[in-house]
Ligand binder design. Sequence first.
Ligand code: AMP
Ligand code: GLY
Length: 436
Amino acid sequence: MNILLLGSGGREHAIAASIAKSTQCDKLYIAPGNAGTTACGTNVDLKADDFKGIGKFVLDNDIKMVVVGPEAPLVGGIADYFADDEHLKSVAVIGPMAKGAQLEGSKDFAKQFMQRHEIPTAAYKTFTKETLKEGQKFLSTLKAPYVLKADGLAAGKGVLIIDNLKEAKQALKEMLAEAKFGDASSRVVIEQYLSGIELSVFVLTDGKHYKILPSAKDYKRIGEGDTGLNTGGMGSVSPVGFADKVFMQKVEHEIVMPTVKGLQKEGINYKGFIFLGLMAVRGDDGALNPYVIEYNVRMGDPETESVFPRIKSDIVELFQACWDGTLNQCTLDIDERVAACVMLTAEGYPESYRKGDVISGLDEVKESLVFHAGTKLNKVNDLTTNGGRVLCVTTLSDSLPSALLKSLQAAENIKWKGRYYRHDIGQDLLKMSIEQ
Ligand code: AMP
Ligand code: GLY
């Protein structure tokens, strides 16, 4: 069948590479894609919010499946647009309808959902402009650090963690009364601070059944030792050593099962990925317990770049089963090896960064996979930088140290003016495994 994948990042290149390998895929289109996705299929110049244009392209090119990479079109209702159209409704859309996408689109919706279904998460309260004073009083009853979250989508920037009560009260005022994050902060969730280690777990669900994909950890800060500004993600590792069988059973029973059942109970027909952003918190008995920090309704980036290369099953068969409601009849085969991904970024990122620098050294990468994020071919066909996160190197190996070493060696060989990467991806996990 012909397939259309929406998105343009490293996540989409990794998904495209898996789709292109499928025996079920005839033609793959990526909209808009990047220089790397041209190795997997044909890039199409369509914007993710142009539902009409996407619908027309799907009909004109006999496309039977649309895989949605980023959250914005899902929150904006692309799956609903297809479901409501006589000619498009039979096309398999991998990604939830707008109602399900509220799990990511509204923090307040997600928190209420977790409360209704007794899913472990930080205690919270939601405030609006009208209840600003109550919100500030509520902050006084909490201990530092204070966690303030804009309710709506804020490009990953809507969460503030503040040590000082006075500053937290001021920030709440800016969010609610001065629209610091625009409409996204017209409601603000204030929640209990959870201390622990973060990890990501991904679920593919057909609305009734589910498959749990390998765990992963991403590294959000720009600087080594987890310092400096937040980024889209500077690297990832899969699996996460401490997420052992006992921990993953807790994730399944306490989080995945009630989430899928909860969606079903509430009549939300959810077909697609659920990304669980988890905090592993150590209990009084010393055991690690999972709490949901956030839901996303898509795969993570750069977690996909370490999770997808480990999926041995035919991904299009899994997607089709997701659409047909027969995921229970599929097996999920996972490569036992460890994947380590190192992100290479442009000078200046995550603040304003350079673009258009010529990239060299890709030919020398032999043992690693290279996924493109912000890349573009220039007029004379040179590969150039075209984003903050530019390329991501992933290596599969028998151990985490060797996967990391190979990814770092490959990263060192890829060059452009001002290219930067973190050398310490995965080091915290190695340290933990030595201490255990
Ligand atoms: P979110 O967008 O909800 O994932 O939040 C962004 C980041 O803020 C998370 O990746 C965590 O590092 C941190 N964070 C969010 N909520 C909490 C919390 N309740 N306790 C501690 N850290 C948090
Ligand atoms: N890596 C985190 C995210 O994709 O939101």
